[in-house]
Design a protein around this ligand. Structure first.
Ligand code: ZN
Length: 135
């Protein structure tokens, strides 16, 4: 496994309307995309810091993964996503080294990336995402 860089950091928030202006001011840049990812029950907003993005995640359903996360742990860092080439071989290698996968196969995430999550119990408490930009 050898990610090229941190693609994004996912931050769970209660309200995009409240947090976007804060991050725009703090990072001195405009939010450049807002997108709903229906199967994850989230609305996402993206800002860029260098080549790394900040992905703000607002739940659209209290039963969704972000809704449950906020209820249990409050707002805060939800996951770290590493950019990889050949996501399938990274998943295979992770599994072979004993890491439990949440996604056996990559699926489509925000911005059309292929994404897959590793189980946080096997990554020292950090929900970890691999993503590959095939565009
Ligand atoms: Zn992500």
């Amino acid at each position: 496994m050898k990610p090229s860089h941190i693609e994004h950091i996912g931050i769970a928030v209660k309200s995009l309307d409240e947090t976007i202006p804060f991050y725009e001011k703090m990072l001195g840049t405009k939010c450049y995309a807002i997108e709903e990812v229906k199967d994850q029950k989230v609305k996402t907003a993206f800002l860029k810091v260098g080549q790394t993005k900040i992905e703000l995640l607002e739940s659209t359903d209290p039963e969704g993964p972000i809704g449950k996360f906020i209820e249990k742990r409050g707002e805060g860092i939800h996951h770290i996503a590493y950019a990889v080439e050949d996501i399938k071989s990274h998943l295979k290698e992770a599994e072979e080294s004993g890491i439990k996968l949440i996604d056996q196969q990559p699926r489509k995430g925000a911005e059309g990336l292929d994404i897959a999550f590793l189980h946080p119990k096997y990554t020292f408490g950090v929900l970890t995402e691999f993503c590959e930009d095939k565009s």
